[in-house]
Design a protein around this ligand. Structure first.
Ligand SMILES: NC(=O)C1=CN([C@@H]2O[C@H](COP(=O)(O)OP(=O)(O)OC[C@H]3O[C@@H](n4cnc5c(N)ncnc54)[C@H](O)[C@@H]3O)[C@@H](O)[C@H]2O)C=CC1
Ligand SMILES: O=C(O)CCC(=O)C(=O)O
Length: 421
């Protein structure tokens, strides 16, 4: 799908929310544009001695509520417009959760699966060399996103420490535990969505035994499948970039996890008892109670939204539903738990990691889970109530909730203020 107008599409959510609040036009003017986007070309030495260059970006969308925060994506299709849109969503996500952050995001246009481990490390270090002056624990704090992970965050934190001449663990979150990472950050994105689903189960009309389809079987997808399967729900279909598998009686999650650990696709389970391979694009239209998009943007669009059969959609991915598809789903009575709430567990535990790094005092995994649960339930309930009071979809309610916090912060800075750092 063409990504050129992705930010314009995302901004329609802001306009929609603004209609429900009395917002000063200055506030909207500020939130309509990213404050700064830096683009660089990273040049690294390949293992065969040649040199290769990769486009990379870091966007600091808005820092009114605190330092900008958001992951770094390594993907061959990444674009500047996508990075800015992801940073816009981070701005609203951090406000939804009342975290003391603005929104940022970064990307490198690369397929990391084509690089050796040493090349990947050189690329990760080159990213930090290029953006070190933008980053900082009080300025801009990256984390993992699609095709990046704790190992990469560890290399990046190490590179930043070399540049500034001291260890600064709070500059990056999602690090390995050995380098100051937080317990519970690995499954936090999925766990946040899981707590939300459990908390609102009655209001969403969910059954005790749900049939769930999961699109994308990486960090977010694997953990949500494991958490829900452990509660006795059936994971009836999963997909990854290479295809999808379907089993109406429920897939064997351990077998899927073993396949991924061995570097195979989920489709390697096809042919086992009751498991059939289906085209990846069919996953969102399969019969299930809950659909969990956990891959990339725009996967549910005008062309397939009418075929979606799930009544509840838990958006662990960022932006998986286009505004047009959203309208179709809402008219059909589907309930969408929107990305800026549903996947906010990741950045929330990143915030916990940053707090622990700054305190130099570390929490147990039980403490992390409990604090995450409290915040997910508190903000989820508030958004549910706004949706009921105003008779609007949950996504609009989430934007209304975030926008009122952002507007208060923008106004509190004063009318002559431009940028805080
Ligand atoms: N990792 C995190 O902390 C957070 C991630 N997210 C979002 O969750 C989504 C997934 O991210 P992660 O799980 O971290 O990434 P990941 O890199 O761990 O996994 C991505 C998965 O998507 C699959 N995929 C790629 N293209 C696909 C396609 N066309 N159809 C089906 N599957 C496809 C890949 O095979 C892989 O299984 C993204 O939208 C990301 O921005 C949101 C909040 C936090
Ligand atoms: O953990 C973080 O700081 C950001 C995670 C992220 O990129 C996201 O929520 O989309």
């Amino acid at each position: 799908m063409n990504q050129d107008n992705i930010l314009d599409l995302a901004l329609t959510r802001l306009d929609e929310a603004a209609r429900h609040l009395e917002i000063d036009s200055d506030v909207l003017e500020r939130l309509k544009y990213p404050r700064e986007t830096t683009k660089v070309r990273l040049m690294i030495r390949m293992d065969d001695g040649s040199r290769k260059s990769f486009l990379a970006w870091r966007c600091r969308y808005d820092d009114t509520r605190g330092p900008t925060k958001g992951g770094i994506r390594f993907h061959p299709d990444s674009t500047e417009a996508e990075v800015e849109t992801l940073a816009f969503w981070m701005t609203f996500k951090c406000a939804v959760m009342n975290l003391p952050y603005g929104g940022g995001k970064g990307a490198v246009q690369v397929d990391p699966r084509t690089l050796s481990k040493a090349e990947l490390e050189r690329l990760s270090r080159a990213y930090v060399q290029a953006f070190a002056r933008i980053l900082g624990p009080d300025r801009d704090i990256p984390a993992p996103d699609v095709y990046t992970n704790a190992m990469i965050m560890g290399w990046m934190a190490d590179e930043y420490a070399s540049i500034v001449g001291q260890s600064v663990p709070a500059v990056i979150t999602g690090k390995p535990i050995a380098l100051g990472g937080s317990l519970g950050r690995d499954d936090a994105t999925a766990r946040g969505g899981y707590y939300l689903l459990r908390h609102l189960a009655r209001e969403l009309g969910l059954r005790e035994r749900m049939r769930v389809a999961v699109q994308g079987f990486g960090n977010a997808g694997q953990f949500i499948a494991s958490l829900l399967a452990a509660d006795g729900h059936s994971i009836v279909a999963v997909s990854d970039s290479r295809g999808a598998v379907h089993c109406p009686d429920g897939l064997h999650i351990e077998a899927l996890l073993r396949a991924k650990t061995a570097g195979k696709s989920v489709t390697s389970l096809a042919g086992q008892a009751g498991v059939t391979e289906v085209p990846a694009e069919d996953l969102v239209t399969l019969d299930c109670d809950v659909l969990v998009p956990a891959a990339l943007e725009n996967m549910i669009h005008e062309g397939n939204a009418r075929q979606v059969r799930a009544r509840v959609i838990l958006e662990l991915a960022n932006g998986p539903i286009t505004p047009e598809a959203d309208r179709i789903l809402t008219e059909a009575g589907a309930l969408v738990l929107p990305d800026i709430l549903a996947n906010a567990g990741g950045v929330t535990v990143s915030y916990f990691e940053w707090v622990q790094n700054r305190q130099g005092f570390y929490w147990t995994v039980e403490e992390v889970h409990e604090r995450l649960k409290v915040i997910m339930e508190r903000e989820g309930r508030r958004i549910w109530d706004i949706a009921q009071e105003r008779q609007v979809p949950l996504r609009t309610a989430a934007y209304v909730h975030a926008l009122s916090r952002l507007a208060s912060a923008i106004e509190a800075h004063g009318t002559q203020q431009f940028f805080t750092s």
